[in-house]
Design a protein. Structure first.
Ligand SMILES: [Zn+2]
Length: 411
């Protein structure tokens, strides 16, 4: 940037460059004078740090229009086109695969059908082929990948799926995602539960001023994430948010978790399909139930509303304990939001403390099908663009070496 020659590298010289990038990311374009004042260092130190960041193309400069009679000053800004993030939300029936820039904005995405029963290795082959094709279609090399974010279903979901197929969930080695993808792209891999990732994205994009938000996934099964100050709560065993396995009254049906009378057995998409099938209706997927409800079928409307009421009852404990500002609903069932939300409100008002249930906002996802991959990309960016991680990247000139042991969310 300032000099064409590569800069000599030492940790002492580079230290502080990551912090400078944070300033540019959060405050927008700045001049050298502004950066020197903000960081309380000399102009020459700022220029040196800008040179390191410029060599990595992660900062670019332009000339701002002159104010008054002074010479126009160069301004420096974060360049979100300097790298790519690969993101995937692994679902039991399909994977949403995306490539994003360094802001987490989706450059391209695709829904890839997968056969979970064939195991993780086969799925990884499909994923890497898809990632490669998408990166190539963007006319970018794989070497621009700075990190990979993977959202995966919960253990209970996997067990349920495996049980239905009569297969073994143990063949699902999550570490395989880390080792295979890391080796392929020479970039760090970060995993989290898909529900945590979509909650992270919804919070960041729309609700970053609230202290507590709850995100419920209402699909084939029911799951939830609790986000406090932007961070998903995981719990001692990573099992926080298992809303689908809260016991509800009036049922004793066996659940995939091994228990009886769980919310999943009466209010999940899967339960609705079973219920309507038993009453003689020809449905095989929750999306068909939702379509019937939206077309005015009274049985489907009644079932969806009753499921909502059950979900609201289960959520009432969550609302009483945490007093969230917002409950964000995501998943197939939310396409029937009129009936569903009426039911959820009914359940909440019946069971939760009036002060809490009246104040909580109940909303549909704003990011829709892309929430999971947006969250996966944000997880990657939070880690690799962290000030210390970025200093390490500039020193080693490798995204992979800068994050040698990505913090896992799973044991
Ligand atoms: Zn259960």
């Amino acid at each position: 940037m300032q000099n064409a020659e590569p800069q000599p590298r030492s940790a002492a010289l580079i230290e502080g460059s990551g912090h400078l990038l944070q300033l540019l990311r959060h405050r927008g374009a700045q001049t050298i004078t502004e950066l020197a004042a903000e960081m309380d260092v000399s102009r020459s130190t700022v220029i040196q740090r800008l040179d390191f960041l410029g060599e990595a193309h992660i900062v670019e400069s332009s000339v701002a229009a002159a104010l008054g009679r002074g010479r126009p000053a160069a301004v420096y800004q974060f360049n979100p086109r300097a790298g790519l993030v690969l993101a995937v939300q692994v679902g039991l029936t399909g994977c949403r695969v995306a490539v994003t820039d360094l802001l987490g904005d989706v450059l391209s995405n695709e829904l890839v059908s997968v056969d979970f029963a064939r195991g993780a290795a086969v799925l990884l082959d499909t994923l890497t082929d898809t990632f490669d094709a998408m990166v190539t279609a963007l006319d970018r090399p794989n070497s621009e990948v700075v990190g990979i974010g993977v959202g995966i279903p919960s253990v209970v979901e996997l067990q349920n799926y495996a049980r239905n197929l009569g297969t073994d969930v143990q063949s699902w080695d999550r570490n395989l995602f880390r080792t295979v993808l890391r080796a392929r792209y020479d970039a760090p891999v970060f995993l989290d539960l898909d529900v945590n990732l979509l909650a992270r994205a919804e919070w960041r994009m729309s609700w970053s001023s609230v202290e507590v938000c709850v995100c419920v996934k209402l699909g084939t099964l029911i799951d939830a994430a609790i986000v406090v100050h932007g961070n998903p709560v995981r719990g001692a065993s990573g099992l926080a948010g298992e809303l689908g396995h809260i016991k509800v009254s009036g049922t004793n049906t066996a659940c995939s978790c091994g228990g009886f009378g769980c919310l999943d057995t009466v209010a999940s998409g899967d339960a609705l399909v079973q219920e309507l099938k038993a009453s003689g209706m020809d449905v095989s997927h929750v999306s068909e139930v939702v379509a019937l409800a939206n077309n005015g079928d009274p049985r489907a409307i009644r079932s969806v509303r009753e499921a909502g009421r059950r979900i609201g009852e289960a959520l009432s404990s969550v609302v009483n304990l945490l007093n969230p500002s917002v409950i964000i609903a995501w998943g197939y069932l939310t396409d029937a939001d009129t009936s569903l939300f009426a039911g959820i409100r009914e359940g909440l008002y019946q069971k939760a403390l009036p002060g809490s249930s009246e104040d909580v906002q109940l909303v549909k996802t704003k990011l829709g099908a892309l929430a999971g991959v947006r969250g996966a990309a944000l997880l990657v960016l939070d880690e690799v663009l962290d000030a210390d991680a970025l200093d390490r990247m500039l020193l080693t000139q490798s995204w992979s070496q800068a994050s040698p042991n990505p913090v896992g969310t799973f044991a």
